[in-house]
Design a protein around this ligand. Structure first.
Ligand code: 5AD
Ligand code: SF4
Length: 444
């Protein structure tokens, strides 16, 4: 058997795709390895979302070339979003200053075994055809890494929201939903294997739609939650324009649907949101947050924020800061705007906020979020949460680490707990990133 090493960058969807790739390859004479040095084939599953994500991958690909000194037969493949965006440019050895053997886009993974045959016969191989139907519905992902407690299930692919800054509609194509029966049976199998947490994944899960509305996201979520009360269910990502009252009520009414919603706001300014083509304004967003807060008790809220989008004024930036405070986000992913070739923003607007100002605004956003996260964690001191144990804490084998329903990392002394146990933990102290507590009873 030949050995395959996969390295993944970017979003959860990409990690989930790597498991599909592993499944396809292990059906075709390969086994996965976690040791790149012993591999016959290296796939790097890539992300195009920001320029620095692509630069990192390019740097890593350069480093990987040196592996050919030990193994001249080594095959290096670029898969995922950068493959889709840069296409055969990635095969131009002289221009690139390195050799890449295969370029395969996110909808062409079923073709990998055939492409591998082409490469093994000395050719370079490329398939970047996007599909309107492919969901890999029948493929059971191979979990070649991870904690055996929490898993991701991809429920749809592609995106048609066309946020003006975003490359995803170009790299992942049309939106399509996966057959719910295959999603539910995958979740049930994982539960039977001992997994206790499932995250349903899609670019915009709220627009999940099977059979012309026969199954919408709220219904799918209830079906998965119905597998067992011991199975926690999460989902990502929601689009603020599509998060319905129905969904919010479903989350509130199931104990095992986690009280944590990731709702990317991107900006607090209505003007900026309009240019971003987000299809909601500041007030709409805050109204949805109000609805969540008044319906789901103790619901964690997280978000994504972009600093320095085209035309963003100091006033717009202040509106982002004030919205962050008003919502009191528990957690945020925060980025500087990075122009992506071919996107509507790159065509229509000037990337006119100077780098220095983008950097300063981003830092202000990060500093504020740090304070909000700390406050949110401090408010948890003295409270007791049910924590799903994932494994030892990163710092010490005397402590275990897991998450509460709000998706916060909780660390506490190990009293013989196993991954997959539910433990009631009283929070005694915290940092901005972690809750620290004492375990009380195990009710796994
Ligand atoms: N520049 C900066 N951040 C971006 N994101 C998406 N496209 C860009 C871009 N061009 C961010 C958004 C999105 C998250 C996944 O990445 O905040 O929600
Ligand atoms: Fe990156 Fe977006 Fe592709 Fe995920 S879908 S890998 S975030 S570009």
């Amino acid at each position: 058997m030949k050995k395959l090493y996969i390295e993944t960058y970017g979003c959860q969807m990409n990690f989930s795709d790597s498991e599909i790739v592993a499944a396809i390859m292990t059906e075709n004479n390969f086994e996965t390895t976690s040791n790149i040095k012993e591999s016959d084939v290296v796939f790097i599953n890539t992300c195009s979302i920001r320029d620095n994500a692509e630069k990192r991958v390019m740097g890593r690909l350069k480093e990987m070339q040196s592996l050919r000194k030990q193994n001249p037969q080594l095959i290096i493949g670029v898969i995922g979003c950068m493959a889709e965006r840069l296409k055969t440019q990635l095969l131009e050895e002289e221009k690139l200053g390195m050799r890449i053997d295969m370029v395969v886009g996110p909808d062409a993974y079923r073709d990998l075994p055939q492409l591998m045959i082409d490469v093994e016969s000395g050719q370079k191989a490329c398939n970047i055809i996007l599909s309107k139907e492919e969901t890999y519905a029948d493929i059971t992902p191979v979990k070649y890494s991870g904690n055996n407690v929490s898993a991701f299930i991809s429920i749809m692919r592609g995106c048609e929201n066309f946020c003006s800054y975003c490359v995803v509609p170009l790299t992942r194509g049309k939106e399509r939903s996966r057959n719910p029966l295959t999603i539910i049976s995958e979740a049930r199998e994982l539960f039977e294997k001992g997994y206790r947490e499932i995250t349903l994944l899609g670019q915009n899960v709220n627009s999940y739609n099977w059979d012309n509305g026969d199954v919408n996201f709220s219904k799918l979520l209830q079906e998965v939650a119905g597998i067992s009360p011991l199975l926690r269910v999460r989902f990502a990502t929601s689009h603020p324009k599509d998060i319905s009252d129905e969904l919010i009520n479903v989350i509130a009414s199931y104990n095992n649907i986690c009280n944590a919603i990731h709702l990317p706001v991107q900006s607090g300014s209505t003007d900026v949101l309009r240019r971003m083509n987000r299809k909601y304004n500041r007030e709409d967003y805050l109204e949805r947050i109000q609805k969540i807060k008044s319906t789901i008790s103790n619901c964690a809220l997280s978000t994504d924020i972009i600093a320095g989008f085209c035309g963003e004024t100091e006033e717009d930036h202040k509106e982002t800061l004030s919205l962050m405070k008003e919502v009191g986000f528990d957690f945020a992913f925060m980025f500087k705007y990075s122009e992506r070739p071919g996107t509507p923003a790159a065509t229509k607007y000037k990337d006119d906020v100077p780098e220095k100002i983008k950097g300063r605004r981003l830092q202000e956003i990060i500093d504020l979020q740090q304070q909000l996260s700390l406050e949110s964690n401090q408010n948890n001191i003295g409270k007791t949460f049910e924590v799903l144990v994932e494994g030892y804490s990163r710092k010490s084998k005397k402590q275990v680490s897991g998450r509460n329903s709000q998706n916060k990392v909780v660390v506490f002394e190990d009293k013989g707990y196993k991954p997959g146990d539910y433990v009631n933990v009283m929070i005694t102290s915290c940092t901005a990133a972690t809750l620290i507590g004492e375990g009380h009873s195990s009710n796994s």
